[in-house]
Design a protein around this ligand. Sequence first.
Ligand code: PLZ
Length: 464
Amino acid sequence: MTQTSVPQERKLVTAIPGPRSEELLARRNAAVAQGVSIGLPVFVTAAGGGIVVDVDGNQLIDLGSGIAVVNVGNANPAVAAAVAAQAAAFTHTCFMVTPYEGYVAVCEALNRLTPGDFEKRSALFNSGAEAVENAVKIARAYTKRQAVVVFDHGYHGRTNLTMALTAKNMPYKHSFGPFAPEVYRLPMSYPYRDEDAGLDASGPAAAARALSVLDKQVGAQNVAALIIEPIQGEGGFIEPAPGFLAAIAEYCTANGIVFVADEIQTGFGRTGDLFASEHEGIVPDLVTTAKGIAGGMPLAAVTGRAEIMDAAHAGGLGGTYGGNPVACAAALAAIEEIESRDLAGRARQIGEIMLPALHGLAKRHSFVGNVRGRGAMLAVELVEPGTSAPAAQLAGAVNKACHQRGLVTLSCGTYGNVLRFLPPLVIGEELLKEALDLIADAFDEVAKSLPAAEAAPSPRPDTD
Ligand code: PLZ
């Protein structure tokens, strides 16, 4: 499965971080703005397949994919070759000045691959946030309405408009306002916490709660766009209850609201479908993509119904670098890899391997409140032992224990208490199983640090 020159083997030769990383960290502290923080301070020299190599010679197992970006593997050989060839031919002209085929070919691929068999158009940008901003511009131009509706726990970026769309204050919004107006937030379907709160956690009931807020506080006739992640990413890998997305999408269609699926984190095979919307047969009006689209090169897109996409006037959309030729070459190679190697199928297999082990952790430890996710987008929500109170400190401790064992893991969640796993879809099975054993060790270590009455792990089940 894995084609890379990086040895597919975990190896720790120093502490994490090692001395060379420590040196670079000191330089970083003196040179880089403190607002840009680091989750795992090992400085990288190479990466491929399921392994990240650091300056001290450590080889870590990658369970992060650079936040769901290198789905096709880091420095994927096909992507690297396409980038090198394009960089040698020409690096930039600006598509709006003198165009090139790669941009058109990426748009054709997106129009073909995103849900819906109607006529589509795409436009290319640099980052996920920029794609979301442009989806709002396009929806406003089409509907001639202004309001934008988003959800609790949603994440859509760090620019001014997308900060307004993002739910969580710390660290994304704090001290950075004022934010863009005409943004409204609805309650999300969050099965684990809805149940805990004694609410009807079913999809239709959660949708009714959300839509009643929209009706009462905004008014459907004022809404240009409703934007939702089909599985929320930064907010905690929250998978809405079945029927929730369909009810929301149906309401949008009935009320002339542009339904935007933000598939920036869920797209390109990550969840076991090419796009997470497909799982329940949802057909968005517009889809925003980025991250997994180009194997690590910065590229993003808005794709959707031709009549909506074409509503923005000529010259109304663009940017100097959007759809840069090198990024487009990378995207065409990455998309070819995803399709020809059925990496969405591979994501499903990863889920089948990982989920039983993660459920094993929940059986064993009373501080695992919930295990969830689909394909290779999986998470464990940690709580104070035996309760449902979010336990951010425990999540931080487990995350750190994973790092010490040579795993690149990430946390997330509105309450900072969710460990998430996003392996490259090309990771080998042996590495994945080794990572699961190490995750189990990390949980055991943290359990031992808890007061005895709370810790008491039950014996490890076979699935561990
Ligand atoms: N929409 C659904 O997941 C980016 C953010 C990391 P950009 N998520 C990772 C961080 O802390 O900044 C994301 C996303 C969804 C939009 C975005 C924004 O994409 O490419 O980071 O702008």
